[in-house]
Design a protein around this ligand. Structure first.
Ligand code: HAS
Length: 464
């Protein structure tokens, strides 16, 4: 994976791979970039296969025991990754590498995009699922309570295996060459995958309520006041809690994106980066920040210093993301495009394309971005101060541990305790959802596209 990442990054820094993170053809990169991607993907497959024998051994030595929820979550994550990376590996190795080497005259753009998004949507759950592991297994304990339902966690992870892949077409509602029926079907599947996240929302809210009532909370809603929002000893809680609050809005806007007709309004506008700063930039990012600090300090046996600052970081980040995304949502609804150099054109009074009505939205984005930048800076202050601090003598001989939650309802439901039926159903659903769209694309008479560089409208080579 390191070798692949170095190869791909070297080409990006050399200006030979300016193809966006989606590496969409007909934008064309240097072959080393694509080879690096392929090596990176293949390298990532090793992890799962090294864990399987360990898992099997554990099962053999612990007959009849339920697999720990965190292990279920991480296995589910890597099963999704394993399935999702097959089409993108095919795209890279069979379509893009030969094209970039000049062995094929052009590339089928729609096929490439479809294979990319077959991978690209499950990718977002690959980011989300480890954070769900933190939410299900650690957040209730950090709040002072228990996980409301063990079943909800297992069902969420299993249903994400089932549903993560067969919905990539919701990124291609505007693409030609794919029938609107299949776009519609995958749109509905996207709305169905919202269910495990809603289940997560209600389960975590119930877990937080249980914790808050244990801490003396009362009333229908007044118990929210009793959660440990600002306790410096419990600095990790706000990283997970703020992530949840942000994700509420990331999820709602995802539902807007997935609604076929509303997608026409927001597609390729600033609305989309606003959405993903409330998903990948919210729960995922804060979960990674919080857990990294917890792991680094814990494993090195150093106490986290400047804890009040550590508590402030996620709130500052949350404020920043809301302002940033609020601005971009506003701009997106007014047609402000994404992936565009706004400064030279639309925000430049000297330009004929000047759009004064995008001034407020873009500047709100700027303000939010600056606040987010400040939050990161403060995070590094905490991290570096903690790393530079002395070891905690008291914990020197205590093994490092993770604050794992007990469960309130520990249901024993066999249907969510075996991966095989879920993986089998996932494969069947993928075949069902993708067979027709891909065979339609293969039957279509798309002219193979030559390569382009982003700075010129003229193809770098012509189709033979
Ligand atoms: Fe998305 C585009 C639809 C989730 C990331 N998404 C993107 C892109 C990224 C991304 C990076 O259907 C841009 C790709 C590109 O470059 O073109 N997305 C969805 C839907 C969901 C969703 C339906 N997205 C994510 C996650 C991401 C992510 C997760 C990263 C990790 N997204 C789309 C669509 C597009 C898209 C279209 C294409 C748009 C286009 O036209 O290009 C769902 O999975 C969301 C479900 C989530 C919920 C929220 C549950 C709430 C929870 C919090 C509970 C809070 C509590 C605390 C308990 C329903 C769990 C409350 C306390 C208080 C005090 C309030």
């Amino acid at each position: 994976m390191l070798l692949g990442a170095v190869m791909a990054a070297a080409m990006i820094y050399a200006g030979q791979a300016t193809v966006l993170y989606t590496f969409y053809p007909p934008l064309k990169a240097h072959p080393v970039f694509y080879l690096g991607l392929a090596i990176f993907i293949v390298g990532s497959w090793v992890a799962l296969f090294t864990w399987i024998p360990v898992y099997r051994r554990w099962r053999k030595n612990n007959p009849g025991k339920k697999t720990p929820l965190a292990v279920v979550g991480i296995f589910a994550t890597f099963i999704v990754w394993q399935i999702a990376t097959l089409p993108v590996a095919f795209e890279v190795l069979v379509l893009l590498v030969p094209w970039s080497l000049g062995w094929t005259p052009g590339v089928n753009v729609v096929l490439s995009r479809t294979l990319f998004w077959f991978f690209g949507h499950p990718l977002v759950y690959f980011w989300l699922m480890p954070i769900y592991v933190l939410y299900y297994t650690m957040l209730p304990r950090l709040a002072g309570g228990k996980l409301f339902s063990d079943f909800a966690g297992r069902f969420t992870f299993m249903s994400l295996i089932l549903l993560s892949c067969p919905l990539g077409l919701h990124h291609q509602f505007a693409d030609p060459g794919i029938s609107s029926t299949w776009k519609g079907i995958q749109g509905v599947l996207t709305l169905i995958i919202v269910i495990p996240s809603l289940l997560t929302a209600f389960t975590l809210a119930a877990s937080l309520e249980f914790a808050a009532r244990r801490r003396g909370g009362t009333g229908l809603f007044a118990w929210w006041r009793k959660l440990p929002y600002f306790e410096s000893e419990n600095w990790f809680f706000p990283y997970l809690f703020c992530g949840l609050v942000i994700f509420l809005f990331g999820g709602i806007t995802g539902i807007v994106n997935a609604s076929y007709n509303m997608n026409n309004v927001v597609h390729n506008t600033a609305w989309i980066p606003a959405h993903f700063h409330l998903t990948v930039g919210g729960p995922i990012f804060l979960g990674i920040l919080g857990m990294s600090l917890y792991l680094i300090a814990g494993l090195l046996k150093k106490p986290v210093l400047s804890r009040s600052l550590a508590v402030g970081v996620p709130y500052l980040w949350m404020g920043g993301t809301f302002i940033f995304s609020g601005g971009l949502f506003l701009g997106g609804l007014r047609g402000e495009p994404r992936r565009t150099n706004l400064g030279l054109t639309y925000l430049n009074p000297a330009s004929p394309s000047y759009r004064p009505d995008w001034w407020i939205s873009t500047h709100l984005g700027l303000l939010g971005g600056l606040i987010m930048g400040l939050a990161i800076l403060l995070y590094f202050v905490v991290l570096i101060r903690s790393l530079a601090g002395a070891k905690d003598a008291a914990s020197e001989h205590v093994p490092f541990s993770i604050p794992l939650s007990e469960t309130y309802h520990d249901e024993n439901i066999p249907a969510v305790q075996n991966f095989t039926p879920w993986v089998t159903a996932a494969v069947l659903l993928i075949v069902l959802a993708y067979y027709s769209p891909i065979s339609d694309i293969l039957k279509s008479k798309f002219k193979p596209a030559p390569g382009y560089k982003p700075d010129s409208p003229v193809a770098v080579e012509s189709v033979r």
